[in-house]
Design a protein around this ligand. Structure first.
Ligand code: ZN
Length: 325
């Protein structure tokens, strides 16, 4: 039942890829700005812990998100780390051009299935997002072999939107089909608002896979806003999903939901999988060290998660080894 995405075709059923999104999703929701050299050190520590994919920033207007103003410099440093897949978020063609120039390996274009949120978030209707996806895809195709970044379209607010509420499944599937038609290499499913539950997660994964083909739906991006993050991740894993976005310390939060945490917590997610015998290749002690750097870099931000505070159980075997792809 496990359909494995081609980028990680050496991954077996008991192996997952944890894609750390703290430097992007986490930092962009923080009030304070992490200085560039602290970010670079933190990203190096995350990679040192065994994370093989890190979303290090987004190419958006620095006026809108000053936390992301140094993304080009961050990418240029991160691509020097051996074996690390460096991912970035882009809202448009201009962002993609900057991402390619800086050497990013993976580009994610968010498409909010809630059109109201899409207009609010990246000032584009669905038609305009698809046009932009087509332009980005053309740009990627024009690059020489081996220089083409992986291009993911991400279905944001897939489990509901704070502005529109639930979005009809037909709309979501249409967005997925159009993203693939525009040239994306895969489509991710994002619970931007933390509205999902294990049943809705299972159902949507099945539907999107049926619509566009299972091998093009390999990853989920989950938030822990209502405490269902790990339950949703487990449901997704059992559906055959192999890539999980998460953020160290559950960094982030939501400005419109005080007290809510952000992404699912990398430390807890790694602990869950490793306890189950599912290999992540990530070392928890390494994550705890990276968490210390994060706390030093952002002393005013609250960090979440249980494993870092409780420590690992007596007799817990350390990180599992994942064979390099
Ligand atoms: Zn997110």
């Amino acid at each position: 039942m496990f359909v494995v995405f081609e980028r990680y075709d050496r991954m077996s059923a008991n192996q997952v890829l944890i894609s750390e999104v703290g430097p992007r999703d986490g930092l962009q929701n923080c009030k304070t700005i992490m200085p560039t050299e602290k970010k670079t050190g933190w990203i190096a520590a995350l990679a040192e812990a065994g994370l093989r994919e890190i979303e290090v920033g987004s190419f958006v207007s620095p006026k809108l998100l000053p936390q992301m103003a140094d993304t080009a410099e961050i990418v240029e440093n991160a691509v020097k780390i051996q074996g690390l897949e460096v991912a970035v978020l882009v809202p448009n063609l201009k962002g993609a051009e900057l991402a390619i120039k800086s050497g990013a390996h993976k580009i994610t274009l968010p498409m909010s299935v809630s059109e109201t949120h899409s207009i609010r978030n990246i000032r584009r209707t669905h038609d305009q997002v698809i046009e932009e996806a087509g332009r980005i895809s053309d740009l990627i195709k024009s690059l020489p072999d081996g220089k083409r970044p992986h291009f993911e379209g991400s279905l944001s607010t897939a489990f509901g939107c704070t502005l529109e509420g639930a979005i009809p499944e037909s709309v979501i599937l249409n967005c997925a089909e159009r993203l693939m038609g525009a040239g994306c290499s895969e489509v991710g499913i994002s619970d931007t608002t933390g509205y999902g539950d294990p049943t809705s997660v299972r159902k949507l994964i099945r539907s999107v896979r049926e619509a566009i083909g299972a091998k093009y739906v390999a990853g989920v991006h989950l938030h822990n806003t209502r405490g269902l993050g790990l339950a949703n991740a487990l449901a997704a894993y059992e559906e055959g999903i192999t890539t999980f976005d998460s953020s160290l310390g559950g960094l982030g939060g939501c400005p419109t939901a005080p007290g809510a945490s952000g992404n699912i917590v990398t430390e807890d997610l790694v602990f869950m999988f490793e306890s189950m015998g599912v290999k992540t290749g990530v070392d928890l002690d390494g994550l705890f060290k990276a968490r210390e750097l994060l706390a030093q870099g952002l002393p005013e931000e609250e960090l979440y998660g249980f494993t870092a505070n409780a420590g690992v159980p007596l007799g817990f075997e350390g990180a599992s080894v994942v064979e390099p792809a």
